[in-house]
Design a binder for this molecule. Sequence first.
Ligand SMILES: Cc1cc2nc3c(=O)[nH]c(=O)nc-3n(C[C@H](O)[C@H](O)[C@H](O)COP(=O)(O)OP(=O)(O)OC[C@H]3O[C@@H](n4cnc5c(N)ncnc54)[C@H](O)[C@@H]3O)c2cc1C
Length: 405
Amino acid sequence: MEFEISDRMKTVLKMIDDFMIKEIVPLEPEFLNREFKEMLPVLEEKRNMVKQMELWAPNHPKEYGGMGLGLMEHALVSEALGYSPLGHYIFGCQAPDAGNVELLYHYGTEDQKAQYLAPLVEGKIRSCFAMTEPEVAGSNPIMLQATAEKDGDDYVINGHKWFASSAEGAAFAIAMLVTDTGPNANPYLKASMIIVPTDTPGFNLVRNIPVMGHRGSDYASHGEILFQNCRVPRTNLLGPEGHGFIMAQERLGPGRIHHCMRWLGVCRRSMELMINFALERVIAPGNKTLSTRQIIQLWAAECEADVLAARLMTLHAAWKAEKLGQKEARYDISFLKFFVANVMQKVVDRAMQVHGGIGVSDYSILSFFYRQERAARVYDGTDEIHKFAASRRVFEKYKGRKTLW
Ligand SMILES: Cc1cc2nc3c(=O)[nH]c(=O)nc-3n(C[C@H](O)[C@H](O)[C@H](O)COP(=O)(O)OP(=O)(O)OC[C@H]3O[C@@H](n4cnc5c(N)ncnc54)[C@H](O)[C@@H]3O)c2cc1C
């Protein structure tokens, strides 16, 4: 296992770090107090600066204008960008577009690539991914109900989706739909991915779901969608019919690694805030600061140990997925998905506690992280589902060799 960072990557990471501090962090007070859509002009300015620095779309293919970084390299970039909630958006590698780019790149036809992939990588349009449904458990996708039935040269789509992140303002959705509605359908091969432009009649964005006190807007929102006799040409099928779940698994692997590294960026920011506040906050006469108190010192050490472990796990999984393939890394990815999400939650919580009142106020980025990132334990596979999957590896690993106790 080799984690050496090339000189080029060191330069890239330094440039990103400088840009975050100089250009992005100063936008945060406005970001915390305004609707995302009101910030679009200033965000566009920053995006253009990133393009001029040739750091745009780090993980996306070079032939479409991205930097073409590998999984390990982009993992490091994702950590650097996670320092601010605006990082990934400004650098053009934000979820859910990042996953949709991968799907279109690997499975799209030439026409689909020209119409959807190219402008998506360029940042001219946005997209969303519509899979989860209110009526059935998202943890077990074989129960999905929304259908796409063939009618001549078209699919006619009916069904109800929600939590489609960034649906407001998206140009198209990649929707997971049941295409084999027969009674003997193989549950694992019954669903397909279909590209649905959001201006198609019958595509109804009903509302944004309020999450932790915020309804959100534009990119920063989670939409409820009602498909009512929504008709798209059969050429909008992405990949082979019936391969929706297989493709989703491929999409989610790298996505989970990117998310985990982004969360480690959140941890880094929270640790910095925690340590510096503790060093400055005088809590007793004689200039005694919070940092002189043992409980704070213990929290600092515990949190850093958790972050170091989480980082090593994530980089190891990225390395394994890149060198040996997604399949080899699937258990590692399950372990880290729940582990890193929980480490982040603990670190943000401790950092807030150290800050006292200001930490829970909406002046602090920490309270934003606390609200925003709670969902990390739910999306892209809940904690419980990943623990079940990972437990299979634990039983396989230890079973069979009985020794004396
Ligand atoms: C902020 C946010 C963004 C999201 N973005 C998207 C998106 O862009 N596109 C999209 O399609 N979806 C998205 N989702 C939806 C997300 O993927 C689902 O919420 C998730 O898959 C869980 O499905 P569910 O909500 O139906 O919960 P359920 O499946 O109903 O599960 C409820 C609870 O039961 C637990 N559970 C399930 N099975 C078991 C079991 N066997 N034993 C014990 N416990 C179990 C689960 O872990 C969970 O805690 C998003 C969700 C959030 C919160």
